[in-house]
Design a protein around this ligand. Sequence first.
Ligand code: FAD
Length: 463
Amino acid sequence: MGLRSAEQYRQGLGDDRRVFYRGAQVDSVCAHPELALAVEHSALSFDIAGDRPDLAVRNGSSAFYHQPRSVEDLRLRGALIEEVSRRAAGTIVLKEVGSDALFALLRVTTGAEYERAEAFYQRCLDEDLALAVAQTDVKGHRALSPSKQPDPDHYLHIVDTDADSVTVRGAKTHTSFSANADELIVLPTRAMGPDDADYAVSFAIPIATEGLSLYVSPYSAGHRNSFDHPLSSKHKLLESLTVFDNVRIPRDRVFLERNPQNAGPLALAFVDYHRFTAIHYKLPLLDIILGAAHLVADANGIGGAGHVRDKLARLIAWAETVRGLAQLAAVRAREGDRRLWLPDPLTVNIAKHSFAAGYHDAIATLTDLAGGLLATGPGQEDWNAPAIRDVIEKYYAAAVPAEQRIRILNFIADLTARDYGGYQAVLATHAEGSIEAEKLQIARSYDPAGAVNYTRELAGVST
Ligand SMILES: Cc1cc2nc3c(=O)[nH]c(=O)nc-3n(C[C@H](O)[C@H](O)[C@H](O)COP(=O)(O)OP(=O)(O)OC[C@H]3O[C@@H](n4cnc5c(N)ncnc54)[C@H](O)[C@@H]3O)c2cc1C
């Protein structure tokens, strides 16, 4: 098939998947008034093949699945992810995440498991499938390993095997796109010891598989208009608690079976690609934050003030540091196993950490420049009532007419002060791994020997 249209993608979701949202089972994700927004958001990753074939199509297939074989391939992948995110107002769209997982499987799996991963990769490429990735387990007591949890189902694990299949039970959480993807790739979330063998499992299944249930988070629920919610009325991601109730997986779809040694490397290989994705899909969000800061400063008439110029300069430095590091991560890439090129893990993690650690300060700056109307401003009903609109136009005009100012403020409020703003704040801190996980990878990826030896020499300290 090669490439699917957005319409073929929507049609593919019409199966008997078990999706629950706001207390009820959903008949059709595409027909649901709120969930359909997420489908349209993700459909952008199919539309882009028609709009930007130079970036989004490689050898007649989706470029998202093109295996990186050089620095240039990674640079082009970054450009594609940035471009699709630009159309999605600075958020991840869909195909990025599944392709990150496929590259990790192709790099790390061995023997028959590699052959199955390769066959599955080829199917995804040929049929242009959209994949969600369930890596994060619910994890229970954080200080305990999988096999030491009081409830054994707090990490997904193998409960049975036969000649042709394995059966798994447990739950993953925060699974983005699960309700509107074709298939789900499951990866281990951490390194595992010999006692955790049952938990060292990876596979792929269609979403409409018996025993699989998705409980979708209700954040940003309800109808929202584009005046009050210019961003979140157009873009939505779905995350689920993803429950496996004795789900049988045909063995030809199992990529890791009771192989704890490979659990950690597979988890990390995914993270290395996925954080490269993250730092590219965040780039339009950085532009949005910078653009909004300049617009609101000018709208309030404070663009020339010294403290404002200082704050804008700091925002620019933060945003351009992340952008520069994102580019450097591709430049410093190196060839890994099976000729798959890997973005430089040190640079990727510093970029992701710089973004995440600076995000909350950036939002505080934006809130500061915008003023209190982020919380107390008028809504769409007020604006649509002529007598009230007259009052708003008179009293909320500043350096620009009131309508312009209110629209800029509502945009910023949606991004920072309303529920979608809360979602973005958590996303910045935890998605693609927590800030602490990034620090851990930075420390692991940096070899201090050169710096230590140099300093020893200068200090006259022998080894
Ligand atoms: C919007 C969003 C989308 C996401 N999408 C996906 C997805 O599509 N697929 C997927 O698999 N995951 C996804 N994630 C999950 C994301 O990777 C996790 O949220 C992240 O790894 C943190 O895990 P957690 O939420 O369980 O928090 P926790 O791991 O509980 O972290 C909370 C705090 O505890 C600390 N901590 C945790 N364990 C320990 C320990 N043993 N010792 C000391 N400190 C510890 C952490 O460093 C952190 O400071 C998504 C998350 C978000 C917010």
